[in-house]
Structure formats: structure tokens, C-alpha cells
Design a protein around this ligand. Structure first.
Ligand SMILES: [Zn+2]
Length: 178
């Protein structure tokens, strides 16, 4: 059976279905319970007045690294959960290549984090909540396509949306009222 490479067809619908085909063929083993850990971390961010976004990197069925958004605390625009988790995982493995790793995230990545995920060669990205910004989705899907140096990244979104959406909404409500 022919596997469609993302990017062979400029049509977005085809692109989405090719991602789906890839996901089935490569047998990604998404495990929903990792979103519980992501949620606990996002709550920590919430309590520290950071935008409640978190990430967990899984290797061989175990959590290797985890982080939550630290942008305010660090006063650093790159202190996103995904970047911090990638740094920790690379440090632990003494390897920038995270080829056997998957990442679970609370919200679709921004383009900066999507690029880092791809550069790290993480294979699967499982996102709890999709980003309502359609231009972000298009950019991220483009970044996750195969290119001349990196393989494609298998991306699934909106896998555990409700509680993460509520958490984000209540955070922004809290910010407005403070
Ligand atoms: Zn980011």
C-alpha cells in the first residue's frame, strides 16, 4: 500500500489525511494517561501565574523529561514548555537526537517549538488541545513535513481538549480580573 508523504500534495485536506495514514502505518502508541501528567504540570504553571502550558517527553514507555512554561519567571521568550523539556531530555541522554521519543503537550506548539521538536527528531507529537489560530496550524503542519535533513513528524491534536481549554480560559479570566 502506498504511503503518502506529507507535502507531496499541496492540498490541506490531503495533507491531513496523509498524516492520518502515517500515524496508522507507523503504529504510534499514544497513551492518554500522559496527559494527566501534562495537566498536573500545567496546573503548577497556573499557580505560578505562567500561561498554563506543559510538555512531557516519553521514551520506552517512561517519562524522560517534563516541563512547564517559565517565560515570566525566566523573563525569556524561549522558555516554553516544549523547549525546556527538550533541553532536559537531551541533557539526560547526552544526545540532541531524541529519535525514540514522543512528546505530549497541552496545546499545539508554536512555530518555534515545532521547529525545535523537528530538529530534535522527535517522532510523535500528541497535543491535548488544538490552537484556534488557523495560521499557527498551517505553519506548524508545514514545519512538521519531511525536508531534506529531517523526517516528518507525526502530529495528532485535540486528544484531551476539555480540561485544558477550561484551564487556559480560567487563567486568562484570572489575568483580566487581576
Ligand atoms: Zn512554543
Amino acid at each position: 500500500m502506498k504511503v503518502i508523504e506529507p507535502g507531496q500534495d499541496g492540498n490541506i485536506a490531503a495533507l491531513r489525511s496523509s498524516f492520518h495514514v502515517h500515524f496508522l502505518f507507523c503504529g504510534g502508541t499514544m497513551d492518554n494517561h500522559y496527559f494527566d501528567h501534562v495537566y498536573e504540570l500545567a496546573l503548577k504553571a497556573y499557580d505560578e501565574n505562567e500561561v498554563p502550558i506543559a510538555a512531557v517527553i516519553v521514551k520506552d514507555g517512561k517519562i524522560l523529561a517534563s516541563a512547564y512554561n517559565h517565560k515570566e519567571k525566566d523573563q525569556c521568550c524561549t522558555s516554553h514548555a516544549e523547549i525546556l523539556a527538550i533541553e532536559e531530555a537531551s541533557h539526560l541522554l547526552h544526545n540532541w537526537r531524541l529519535e525514540d521519543c514522543d512528546i505530549y503537550i497541552s496545546l499545539d506548539p508554536c512555530p518555534m517549538c515545532a521547529s525545535a521538536i523537528k530538529q530534535a527528531r522527535i517522532q510523535h507529537v500528541y497535543s491535548a488541545l488544538n490552537n484556534s489560530d488557523s495560521s499557527n496550524i498551517e505553519l506548524v503542519e508545514k514545519i512538521f513535513e519531511k525536508d531534506h535533513t529531517n523526517p516528518s513528524v507525526y502530529f495528532q491534536s485535540n486528544l484531551d481538549s476539555e480540561r485544558f481549554k477550561q484551564l487556559l480560559n480560567s487563567f486568562f479570566e484570572k489575568q483580566r480580573n487581576s
